[in-house]
Design a protein around this ligand. Structure first.
Ligand SMILES: *Cc1c(COP(=O)(O)O)cnc(C)c1O
Length: 481
């Protein structure tokens, strides 16, 4: 079923599994569903998580063999509660937090990557092809990608992270990996440098040719891969259904979904759910001081001119070019207009929606941003009320406090342990190491962490190498001699 098209070329088509293997679409676009049919979500009040996923995939005509999808969904059996991978916690009468961090790497990336990795490997095996997954990470994508692809057939992974630019926990989650299909390198540079190397390699014909000679094909598992987005539609539906049940509301009651956003993959899943008819009042895009999305949603202007990337307490949201916005433009305004806007961004570093386009965008989205100081103060306030939240989630809580609407779900995108020194800073106004911050908080709150996290500090480091930017290409080719 050729039900995907390029966001920049309405004459280019793909099916779901090809879009997973080859995530870049013609004309530099992204693969997106041609259209989304409405579905009656009220038929699923007691449907379990895996069945819900299968029903929605079926409805979207995503062409995955049932036994393969079943096997991919078994990855949720390793979450804290296999029957409820994305549980909600009540904070007060108008706010629930949906915890999306109960997978192995303790960030929301696992919600999609855990089943996605297995799916990718199975499709690669069916096509009898070997893939090299190249990934660059600011800290959360790397561990989730490595965890999912460890020991899978037909897959090699090269993961680049900025040496010193991630939290210590995140670095250990990568450097202590044991599977020999995983290759992890620190980069002398920041996240943007790591990402630029990756982009230049993906567009380097000679590099690809060298790999193809060895029968290896390049692919990517970042959130431009629609295979990830597909799984990110599901937990928003799940969250809605859990919320109305817990609050004893009738189906159809509208809820705001508040989402700490960076590359807009999480929010895109919610956007597609709303297009399919989920009663979402608004999707609230929460940002940190890198507030380009706030400006875009409030004014219709996406403007990179005189913007500089700021380093904040919520690094996964430190981003200026938010890739998945393109898929929203495509859904609302079509391929031709999307192509026009994206070209304008490329050439002039900004684009502006018309007034009527802006109104359409605002039917779906609302936005606000939170300063670093406000972020720390919310973390502290919640801590004192016995809720441990990470800095990304705190940005979304800030948005909730600004909006004051009746029914709200805040997506919590990481467990506190990934950013423990920031929690410590919020509480005590001083710096410490990840290990000391974690020990302090565990003792102080009487909480526990999964052993795969607490054991990280005792595991051998298997990946030490740090590369200069110019060394990466040769290093990768050497791996596959
Ligand atoms: C990746 C990430 C985000 C941003 O998600 P997008 O889908 O890129 O918008 C937010 N918070 C955390 C903790 C993340 O790891």
């Amino acid at each position: 079923m050729q039900n995907f098209t390029s966001t920049r070329d309405a004459k280019a088509f793909s099916n779901f599994s090809d879009a997973i293997l080859n995530p870049s679409a013609p004309n530099n676009g992204l693969w997106a569903p041609i259209s989304l049919q409405k579905i009656d979500f009220s038929q699923f009040p007691n449907t379990d998580y895996k069945t819900l996923t299968k029903k929605i995939f079926e409805h979207l005509k995503l062409n995955i063999q049932e036994n393969i999808l079943d096997e991919a969904l078994q990855r949720y059996d390793f979450f804290d509660d296999p029957n409820n991978p994305a549980p909600l916690t009540k904070i007060n009468h108008s706010l629930f937090i949906q915890e999306l961090y109960h997978g192995s790497s303790r960030a929301f990336k696992d919600m999609a990557l855990a089943p996605f990795g297995l799916l990718f490997s199975k499709i690669a095996q069916m096509h009898n092809k070997k893939y090299l997954i190249l990934t660059a990470t600011s800290g959360d994508t790397g561990p989730a990608t490595l965890d999912t692809f460890a020991n899978l057939n037909n897959i090699q992974v090269v993961c680049l992270y900025p040496k010193g630019g991630t939290s210590q926990i995140q670095e250990l989650q990568m450097t202590t990996q044991e599977s020999n299909n995983l290759h992890i390198f620190g980069i002398k540079g920041n996240f943007d440098d790591a990402q630029s190397i990756l982009k230049s390699l993906i567009h380097n014909a000679k590099f690809k040719e060298e790999l193809n000679k060895k029968n290896i094909y390049l692919s990517a598992a970042n959130s431009v891969n629609f295979g990830r987005i597909a799984f990110q539609i599901i937990y928003h539906i799940w969250g809605y259904l859990q919320y109305i049940k817990a609050q004893n509301l009738s189906f159809g009651t509208k809820i705001k979904l508040i989402i700490p956003s960076g590359n807009f993959g999480n929010a895109l899943g919610a956007f597609y759910a709303k297009q399919m008819g989920l009663p979402i009042e608004k999707i609230v895009i929460a940002s940190n001081p890198n507030n380009i999305l706030t400006e875009f949603i409030q004014t219709g202007k996406y403007d990179l001119r005189d913007k500089k990337l700021l380093l904040t307490y919520s690094p996964a949201m430190d981003i200026l070019k938010s890739s998945n916005v393109e898929r929203v433009l495509f859904s609302l305004f079509g391929a031709q207009r999307t192509s026009e806007l994206m070209h304008h961004l490329q050439e002039k570093n900004f684009y502006v929606l018309t007034n009527s386009e802006l109104l359409v965008l605002q039917e779906y989205f609302e936005a606000t941003f939170c300063s670093d100081l406000q972020c720390l103060s919310i973390i502290k306030d919640f801590y004192q009320k016995n809720h441990l939240i990470d800095p990304h989630t705190a940005n979304a809580i800030y948005a909730y406090q600004q909006l004051q609407s009746t029914h709200n779900i805040v997506c919590s995108t990481a467990q506190w342990c990934k950013f423990a020194p920031t929690i410590y800073q919020a509480l005590l106004d001083k710096k410490t190491s990840d290990k000391d911050a974690i020990d302090f908080i565990l003792k102080d709150t009487n909480t526990t962490l999964p052993t795969n996290i607490t054991n990280l500090f005792n595991k051998p480091i298997n990946h030490q190498e740090v590369l200069g930017i110019t060394e990466v290409q040769d290093k990768i080719l050497q791996l596959f001699q």
